[in-house]
Design a protein around this ligand. Structure first.
Ligand SMILES: *Cc1c(COP(=O)(O)O)cnc(C)c1O
Length: 473
């Protein structure tokens, strides 16, 4: 293993590589072009017996690892939702790795707990969340949603399922047909049974229909079932549809149902006053999650989870074996009791770096700029008669497809759009993903990468049009 001198030398060298990489990542093929199994075949089957020099390892990193990467930090990355990062976040991650602390309880690094509490409070102010909520960092939104489901389950059962297991109660969970797959996964893991997840219809703009929700709940009550939890999506993954929160809170309150809000991607937009309408009714929400690791320039992973009833959360998850007993218990936050894993990374540090180095103003400008670029792109797509916007844009995701006048058959349209997307992604110049909306194969273009500029968006849009002409005209 290398020593301190060599570490210093290599670290300087790596930082140069990192800066070069981030400056030039737009020149690399966005989506990796390796074939399945290719990398695995090239790697040795047995581990090295003798030490290898860091130079050799790093050479292989460049030669064997980089070609297998899809470059999420490329400004030509428009797929899925971004997992964007930023310079302050990367710097903080370097420090976090160096400190190498495991921050399960206050005693194991008091600052990790206290900084976490502080930055979660900052986020509440930044997003306009009620002061009565308390925040805790989770690894992902999937975990946060599972945490919400478990807390709802325990509160509803008087904390008896934790102790005695299930006794015949038919709990029901409600979300829309457009809700993220992590909800179904959470329902399965929480032991509620995926057949007890009720997927409520959406309206023409893919927002949960409150009338259907109300009817589904009444029907279930009539049949002796127990409505446990409603999950509202602010920003669905398919099309960033915003469920009507205010109306949903009314229904949740009427039947005393836990209301969880999944704002994994779109939550970041709440730092802009003009998007606060999305959380109209938030005072009545039991739990809320959004991912700074998606659109707030903070390296994966960091998910911000907020709850109204801190006791329900802690009662659901607390454990207290002898070897973890401390003299500070009760006076400080021991975050091991606020979620599923015992061990915790020092995640708050990178968020602290990001918020301070951008400033709230800097974050707002960047987010506003992304939305503005998406608005402009949507306008240009509308102006091109060979393309069609599939659903109105709410934030920075544009959903569209190629639709020449002469083709009206929906199957054919689906096929040509699938081919268009594959051809585009194979160029390595852009990477986009797709979804199906009302059965229509839809291209999704998200403008949310940290370094994305108007030039990148224009170049991508030009490429899309040219490729469509080449392929189909
Ligand atoms: C991305 C996403 C998730 C899952 O996020 P993870 O942090 O990867 O678990 C959940 N819900 C929505 C709406 C999302 O966009």
């Amino acid at each position: 293993m290398i020593d301190s001198n060599e570490f210093r030398k290599q670290a300087h060298h790596f930082v140069d590589w990192m800066a070069d990489y981030l400056e030039q990542v737009d020149k690399l093929p966005v989506k990796s072009r390796v074939n399945p199994g290719e990398i695995f075949q090239n790697l040795p089957d047995v581990p090295p017996d003798q030490p290898e020099s860091m130079n050799t390892v790093f050479e292989d990193f460049q030669k064997m690892i980089i070609p297998g990467m899809t470059h999420w930090q490329s400004p030509n990355f428009f797929a899925y939702f971004p997992a964007n990062s930023s310079y302050p976040s990367v710097l903080a991650e370097m420090l976090t790795a160096t400190l190498g602390a495991q921050c399960m309880i206050w005693d194991t690094s008091p600052v990790a707990a206290e900084l976490e509490e502080k930055v979660m409070n900052w986020l509440k102010i930044m997003l306009g969340l009620p002061d009565t909520m308390v925040g805790v960092i989770q690894d992902t939104a999937s975990t946060a949603t599972l945490t919400a489901l478990l807390s709802a389950r325990e509160r509803a059962s008087g904390y008896t399922i934790n102790s005695d297991g299930f006794i015949n109660q038919k709990y029901r969970v409600y979300c829309s047909t457009e809700t993220h797959s992590s909800i179904e996964k959470g329902v399965k893991i929480a032991g509620l049974g995926k057949n007890n997840l009720v997927k409520v219809n959406v309206d023409d703009n893919f927002r949960l229909d409150p009338h259907h929700l109300q009817n589904a709940i009444q029907e279930d009550i009539k049949n002796g079932m127990y409505p446990l939890c409603i999950i509202a999506s602010l920003g669905t993954t398919g099309s960033t549809a915003i469920d009507p929160l205010k109306e949903i809170t009314g229904i949740a309150a009427r039947h005393d149902i836990w209301l969880h809000v999944d704002a994994a991607f779109a939550g970041t937009a709440l730092i802009l006053d003009e998007y606060r309408w999305m959380i109209d009714g938030i005072e009545q929400v039991d739990s809320f999650v959004f991912n700074p690791h998606k659109w707030m320039f903070t390296n994966f992973d960091l998910s911000a989870y907020f709850v109204k009833d801190k006791d329900a959360l802690i009662r659901t998850f607390s454990i207290n074996p002898e070897y973890l007993k401390t003299a500070t218990a009760g006076k400080v936050n021991d975050y091991r009791d606020w979620g599923i894993p015992l061990g915790r990374r020092f995640r708050a540090l990178k968020l602290w770096f990001v918020i301070r180095n951008f400033g709230v103003k800097g974050l707002q400008e960047k987010i506003r700029n992304h939305i503005e670029m998406a608005r402009e792109l949507e306008k240009q797509i509308k102006e091109n008669q060979h393309f069609e916007i599939i659903t109105p844009r709410t934030l920075n995701l544009v959903c569209f497809r190629y639709k020449p006048k002469r083709i009206t058959d929906e199957n054919e349209l689906n096929q040509i759009n699938e081919r268009l997307l594959q051809t585009l992604n194979n160029t390595g110049k852009v990477f986009m993903s797709h979804t199906k909306l009302n059965g229509k194969y839809t291209l999704r273009m998200v403008i949310g990468q940290t370094q994305v500029s108007v030039q990148h968006v224009n170049k991508a849009w030009k490429l899309i049009q040219e490729t469509a002409i080449q392929l189909f005209q």
